[in-house]
Design a protein around this ligand. Sequence first.
Ligand SMILES: NC(=O)c1ccc[n+]([C@@H]2O[C@H](COP(=O)([O-])OP(=O)(O)OC[C@H]3O[C@@H](n4cnc5c(N)ncnc54)[C@H](OP(=O)(O)O)[C@@H]3O)[C@@H](O)[C@H]2O)c1
Length: 296
Amino acid sequence: MAVLIIGGTGTVGSALAEALGKQQAITTSRLPMDGHVLFDPVRDSIARIVHETQPVTHVVLAYGIAGVGRCAVDPDGTAQVNVRSVLRLADEARSMGLCPVFLSSDYVFDGTKGGWRETDRTSPVNEYGRQKLAVEREIGEGTLVVRLSRVIGDLLRRRCVLFDWVRASGESQKIRCATDQWFSPIAAADAGRILATLIRSDTRGLVHLAGPEATSRFALYGRLLRLAGSLGVAELPPAQPCLLSDIPSPEPHPLDTTLSIELLEQLVRPDFSPLDTTIRQVLQAPAAGSSSASVD
Ligand SMILES: NC(=O)c1ccc[n+]([C@@H]2O[C@H](COP(=O)([O-])OP(=O)(O)OC[C@H]3O[C@@H](n4cnc5c(N)ncnc54)[C@H](OP(=O)(O)O)[C@@H]3O)[C@@H](O)[C@H]2O)c1
């Protein structure tokens, strides 16, 4: 078996490729890069790169424009990538007998409660969430749709909200953190490994893939501060608590998108790295890399 990962240079795509190993993962990028097949999801067809002789069974659509701000200011341009190209490639995969795997988001929910289940009512409050929901509704049967919450600790590419905070030390007097924004962070390596298990077991349908521990943004920064202090590795500025609505954004963010992972636990009995371990790994990683393209 082999898995084609479109967007294999991203946080989730590269973690999945790492978990699958070189024999099972074929990764693509829009840019010419060693180890990745050149592929533009908006223009190219899967048939150009997957041949009958290759044992590909799944096509993971792991690319996209995840910024709430970018989707809000350019709904049509971002929908071309996030919606239209995804649906076209999913149709093509299915017509070739391959299972499409779509990475959706906790932003399909309006954030008015927590512990969202797969069966709960969706009601996105911004364009990014609406685009994810549009794909979920149109992508068709026989697909694996995985809703992620916040992926943290991308040690391969050194990006995520934790790396952003570490990089900001020295630049800011205080770090503004919303006390009312809640999510279910998962380490990138865990997300890649558990997604690989779902794919290997040929799971289909809608599944939440998130960490077991809910946290607010403010509490997460507090843990980073505490661990940075005890490890003596970085001098981070104090947190400035605020409300999510105090942070300017072209569209609102949902407040509480913590996900229930009961179904995931029934399906694959996942193992998770403790949150403090992931934070420690970020603090001990050499500070470098590109800036985050997380949804905020
Ligand atoms: N990370 C999270 O916390 C999170 C949470 C919820 C949902 N998700 C969803 O999971 C998926 C993967 O997330 P991620 O964090 O791994 O994404 P990412 O690292 O931000 O990006 C994945 C890849 O998308 C490709 N890409 C970027 N802009 C593109 C464009 N305009 N057209 C085509 N391809 C483009 C890039 O690959 P190349 O340029 O190399 O081709 C990039 O490496 C996304 O659909 C995201 O919405 C992620």
